[in-house]
Design a protein around this ligand. Structure first.
Ligand SMILES: Nc1ncnc2c1ncn2[C@@H]1O[C@H](COP(=O)(O)OP(=O)(O)O)[C@@H](O)[C@H]1O
Ligand SMILES: [Mg+2]
Length: 341
């Protein structure tokens, strides 16, 4: 296999995307996307439904031709070198791709054979990966009988058969319960520890936070922000402190008081009337301490205090000025009411 090294730009980058465009008729699924993924790193592509994430992954894994622009994976061009490219990537799609009627072991063995592994090597690889993803006990059961988490683990195992150097994970935990989601995160972290480069798409800030070192935020086919996680979080106001006064009547005066002190983050304090809580944007531990001290100084009794990462919706609102909601997933926006400073 000859490998054409074309790295004028993007040396040390496993994925290089330049001006990538994909149109479906009138729909601009990708509208000039640029991104680079460093070798051995995890790039999170964060965006709501319909942002273009799956389209990007499908183009990068040669399943779909771009309308315009360029992309290389491990130095191979997605359009001109699809066969070589496919040999060095692994793909876990948004929807499970295993054969439900076949046992887990059989699924892995067949993929090994499809990848030209000799019988003995395909058998050994199937055994090894079932063990690695804690599926040995379920090896002989049809994949259709697996739980959601086991299915995802089988998907991940399948994508690792060819020992890929670049792995694409399209929304690896969407639809999983929180416990299973944590299991999958642990597996992905272990895979990254083995040195594979990962590009993963997600709708969850928390998932990006758990897995990715860098983020590219996409919306309507465009990159709207990129950078390190901390950088991005600072941009959107870091964490949110959720303060719940025992007496809900104290909510509004307290919000006005806090904003008046000028000690909180970039955004204003939000009153969540439904849950009887104040959402205070904070950028640092010092601000957090100052806010709690200011509340205490007012003599207000609190029934709970917690911090949370910004939700994807908050990230979007902050970056784009519009909510990340889609027609299928419109969130009620009237539960929170902005308090003017
Ligand atoms: N095969 C297709 N034909 C027409 N439109 C499509 C097709 N696939 C995706 N789209 C549209 O392209 C946009 C991006 O879709 P997609 O890449 O699936 O986004 P995401 O994975 O971020 O949810 C959406 O508006 C979607 O409706
Ligand atoms: Mg998708």
């Amino acid at each position: 296999m000859t490998r054409i090294d074309m790295k004028p730009s993007g040396a040390g980058s496993a994925v290089v995307v330049r001006g990538l465009v994909k149109h479906y008729g009138e729909t601009k699924a990708l509208d000039g996307v640029d991104l680079e993924v460093r070798e051995g790193s995890v790039m999170g592509v964060l965006g709501p439904n319909g942002a273009g994430k799956t389209t990007l992954v499908r183009i990068l894994s040669t399943l779909l031709p771009p309308t315009a622009g360029q992309a290389t994976v491990a130095g191979y061009d997605v359009v001109r070198q699809p066969r070589q490219l496919r040999r060095v990537i692994g793909l876990t799609g948004q929807y499970a791709s295993v054969d439900e009627k076949l046992p887990g072991w059989e699924n892995l063995y067949l993929i090994g054979r499809l990848l030209d592994l000799p019988r003995k090597a395909a058998r050994a690889r199937a055994d090894e990966l079932l063990e690695r993803f804690s599926l040995t006990d379920a090896a002989k059961r049809p994949a259709g009988t697996y739980s959601g988490g086991m299915r995802r683990r089988l998907d991940l195992a399948a994508s690792m058969i060819g020992r890929p150097s670049v792995l694409f994970l399209d929304e690896p935990t969407t639809g999983l319960d929180p416990r299973t989601r944590n299991e999958v995160w642990d597996e992905v972290k272990a895979m990254v520890g083995d040195g594979v480069t990962v590009l993963l798409t997600t709708q969850y800030m928390e998932e990006a936070e758990q897995l990715a070192s860098e983020l590219t935020v996409v919306d309507r086919g465009k990159v709207i922000a990129k950078g390190g996680i901390d950088e991005l979080k600072a941009k959107v106001g870091g964490r949110t402190l959720r303060v719940k006064p025992a007496d809900p009547l104290r909510l509004r005066p307290l919000a006005a008081h806090l904003d008046g002190l000028g000690i909180t983050g970039l955004a204003t304090t939000t009153v969540d009337v439904e849950r009887g809580a104040l959402l205070v944007p904070i950028l640092s531990d010092e601000q957090l301490t100052a806010v709690v001290a200011a509340v205490t100084a007012q003599g207000i009794t609190l029934s709970s205090v917690s911090t949370e990462l910004p939700s994807l919706d908050e990230v979007f609102l902050s970056l784009t000025g519009h909510r990340a909601s889609t027609p299928q997933e419109t969130e009620p926006t009237d539960a929170r009411e902005e308090v003017a400073v």
